[in-house]
Write a protein that binds this ligand. Structure first.
Ligand code: PMP
Length: 432
């Protein structure tokens, strides 16, 4: 196999694939999934919501009643744009983040992941540029790759995307004659960076994109999951014709129904419906009716409050464990969402270290998964959403053992000079 490292000879149809198929590869998260899910491994890798507190018995009764009393609709094909009652309810959900939308503006999708694919399908020709935060959601990067976009990253700090850098990047790309089709951004409790775009910066980003004639794709699955504060207004509430907004019930209710949505300027919305019909005909009626029933008859706002409390406790467990066991790492303490983005001390490489971490029965996602190019080696994403606080603490303790063993290897096998250089390049953190 040495002359055929990709194993392509085993794939009879390899030479017939469209060029975009070559850009499709298993995300680093998927590749990890099978090992990380073994019970003995503490997985700080996946972003699975902890749905154990949902009223499962009641939801089962609801499903049974839906099929028994409304089965002829629930089990039938439906509208490509999505169920009208649900679209009306979605306007109420979005009002919590300052968005006033009409149900006609909304397209229901199979999770916001499908909406990401549809928007990209509509806007991207091979070689077009998507500007995105550094780092960015791995599932969005996968979609952009599959459609042969080129992703140009813009840095973030503790207040999210840096507007001046965005402005300079858009100016440079225009001067180079590159077509920027949209800015992809996750403004709240970013995946993976954990940070939130400040209110002042939201206004700036909208102004900059408007000035450069660049559409904004605002992806917001975590906005209602702030631990201590009320949600900030969405950028969609500041610009109706400059922003496509994506929402999801995956994190505020349950991902298994696979219901998300897009809100888009009128003409884009029509294209989204056409693109969705060609991909899936229509979103699942059964799922949409289940969500609609849930929003009408359950205390969904109370459930979100439960989630916020549960995730705050887990965030505290993770940050406390990091402070105790890996104090030389750096991170921003997230104020909501699922993730802590950790910079490893002394330039350790999170991807190289991962097999040793899994052997030590702890899993994370290496930072490299969240960049379009070969960056992010010194970072890892730790998710606190799923394991219990005790498991989180145990996971970070195991991780600390791996980090310390790695540091010893560096000091034994690196030359003294190299090791010193590393220490100089990566000074001890002053933020955590
Ligand atoms: N966007 C972001 C930023 C996400 O983190 C996720 C899921 N992890 C999605 C979109 C997709 O979510 P879903 O398809 O379940 O709505």
């Amino acid at each position: 196999m040495s002359d055929d490292p990709q194993g392509t000879r085993l794939d009879r149809w390899y030479s017939r694939y469209a060029s975009r198929a070559h850009a499709m590869r298993a995300s680093e998260i998927r590749a990890l999934f099978s090992v990380a899910n073994r019970p003995e491994v503490v997985s700080l890798a996946g972003g699975m919501p902890n749905i154990s507190g949902l009223p499962l018995a009641q939801l089962a009764d609801t499903s049974a009643r839906l099929v028994r009393d409304f089965g002829e609709v629930a089990l039938q094909y439906g509208s490509g744009q999505g169920d009208e009652t649900l679209r009306e309810q979605i306007t109420e959900v979005m009002a919590l983040e300052g968005i006033s939308a009409h149900p006609d503006d909304i397209v229901v999708t199979t999770g916001s992941q499908q909406a990401l694919d549809l928007v990209t399908r509509i806007f991207i020709d091979p070689g077009d540029v998507v500007v995105a935060e550094a780092p960015s959601y791995v599932g969005a990067l996968g979609v952009f790759r599959a459609h042969e976009a080129d992703v140009v990253h813009v840095s973030m700090d503790a207040d999210g995307l840096i507007p001046d850098e965005l402005d300079a990047t858009l100016t440079r790309l225009a001067a180079e004659g590159r077509t920027v089709k949209f800015l992809y951004t996750v403004p709240n409790f970013h995946n993976p960076a954990g940070v939130t775009l400040s209110l002042e910066r939201r206004r700036k980003v909208v102004e900059i994109c408007d000035r450069h004639d660049v559409l904004i794709l605002e992806d917001n699955p975590y906005g209602l999951l702030g631990f201590d504060s009320e949600p900030l207004p969405a950028m969609r509430s500041m610009s109706e014709d400059g922003v496509i907004y994506l929402g999801s019930f995956s994190k505020t209710f349950a991902p298994g129904y696979r219901v998300g949505w897009a809100v888009a300027p009128h003409a884009v919305r029509e294209k989204l419906v056409l693109a969705s019909e060609s991909a899936i005909l229509c979103p699942s009626n059964a799922s949409q009716m289940s969500i609609s029933h849930y929003l009408e008859h359950y205390d969904w706002v109370g459930q979100i409050k439960n989630y916020r409390e549960q995730y705050r406790e887990r965030r505290d467990a993770m940050v406390g464990a990091l402070e105790e066991y890996i104090p030389d790492a750096t991170w921003n303490t997230p104020q909501g969402g699922f993730y802590v983005w950790v910079k490893l001390p002394y330039g350790l490489d999170a991807r190289e270290m991962l097999p040793r971490a899994v052997t030590a029965r702890v899993a994370y996602v290496a930072g490299t998964a969240f960049f379009f190019g070969d960056e992010g080696h010194d970072h890892m994403r730790l998710s606190f959403c799923y394991p219990s606080p005790e498991r989180i603490e145990e996971g970070v303790r195991r991780l600390a053992g791996v980090v310390n063993a790695e540091l010893e290897t560096v000091s034994i096998f690196g030359t003294a000079g190299e090791t010193r250089q590393r220490l100089v390049d990566f000074p001890s953190p002053d933020v955590s």
